[in-house]
Design a protein around this ligand. Sequence first.
Ligand SMILES: *Cc1c(COP(=O)(O)O)cnc(C)c1O
Length: 478
Amino acid sequence: MQYLSTRGHPDRKRFCEILLEGLAPDGGLYLPESYPQVDAAMLAQWRAVFNEGKPGGYAALAFEVLSLYIDDIPAADLKALCDKTYTEAVYGNAAIVPLKQLDDGFYLEALSNGPTLAFKDMAMQLLGNLFEYELGRRGEELNILGATSGDTGSAAEYAMRGKKGVRVFMLSPHGRMSPFQQAQMFSLMDENIHNIAIEGVFDDCQDIVKNVSNDLAFKRSHKIGTVNSINWARLLAQVVYYFAGYFQATAKDSQKVSFTVPSGNFGNVCAGHVARQMGLPIEQLVVATNENDVLDEFFRTGVYRVRASADTHETSSPSMDISKASNFERFVFDLLGRDGARVKALFGEALSKAGRFDLGSDPAFADAAARYGFISGKSTHADRLATIKATDAEHGVVIDTHTADGVKVAREVWNRKLPMIVLETALPIKFAETIVEALGREPDRPAKFDGIEALPKRVKVMPADTALVQRYVTEHCA
Ligand SMILES: *Cc1c(COP(=O)(O)O)cnc(C)c1O
């Protein structure tokens, strides 16, 4: 399998080459040259492999999906990496992504039982093992520099802790993450994990990462890498749970289902798009946004409009607070018939200048719904509170704020004819303040997180200064 750039660069690369890379050289995102097709016989075989989520079923399914896209890791090694990643010990249950039925035909798919209680673990845990494997094979090291407002940073740290050849330097805005999120990250004592709290906001952290990435000499001499959501391996790992959700919600392979996905950077739902392109019988992919409705606006009107920082709302589903959707270019590439030159014209300098483009009058725009199954909806703080309350009262299930955005939008569009699967993207304990606001009580806390806020913390507080961060990296990467 070869990978190409969404902006038409002529180079073709293989999986392990793009694994440790960020953007393609022309600023595009990597996609496979074509989507491998899963026919009825294969789907039946994968259903048997998944084995209703019995022990080892998810890991075996992951191997089936991944091996269609990865041909530069020997099969036995890839199988071992999948088996090591998706275990009952890490996810707390054999099915890894069990379905919870709310109504007849309306389900939550649990993706948040990994170490940091958010769905990002599903991909990041695999990435940690892939990085260690590939770096070991090359005899290389990598220093991951990232910025986080919460979920990504902790998922990356828990995936990379103790891994050979990898160090993590994670910047977060000082005092701005929830006490639970701070405790999760700062209580890690692994030598290869470095928490840096920047005196500033998330954008300051991101700017420092950008500055360092633009310092090509430093980047090369210090082997700086990233784990951000545009990494193809992360997206690929997420494709697996669409299949696992489908097998649990249906009895046979001719049935169709729809998925609703709480969305920010369009990574999660883009994996659903890939699964659908492979032939998984998905009717609709429902994109649910919060007040930061960049994507809902696009799917309603065809206008993609990047928000300025001042127009990016701080909401109670903060992991969806985005100003632009960094994975969206992948879908637009497919929507426009994989015309790299057009994608380059839309997403390149023109977008930086104008801050928007409009496909509303392009015939391809109608295909987003008709041919690719995409529809969308939006949810607000009041909707989240009402949905958390109703789901608790009617089903005795407490959901997190992001999942609530998904449930709200799914309920609006569900036709009751086909199963609807809402992806649960985090556990409520991560966003306890809003749960208390909605229900008047604290959400349940998994036993392994009892007393986490009281653990000793390891974090370096620093002014928002790129040179100081570079000096810290230099001092700690030998
Ligand atoms: C990252 C995240 C999202 C958004 O996922 P995207 O892949 O960026 O669309 C939603 N919910 C939670 C809890 C997250 O951590």
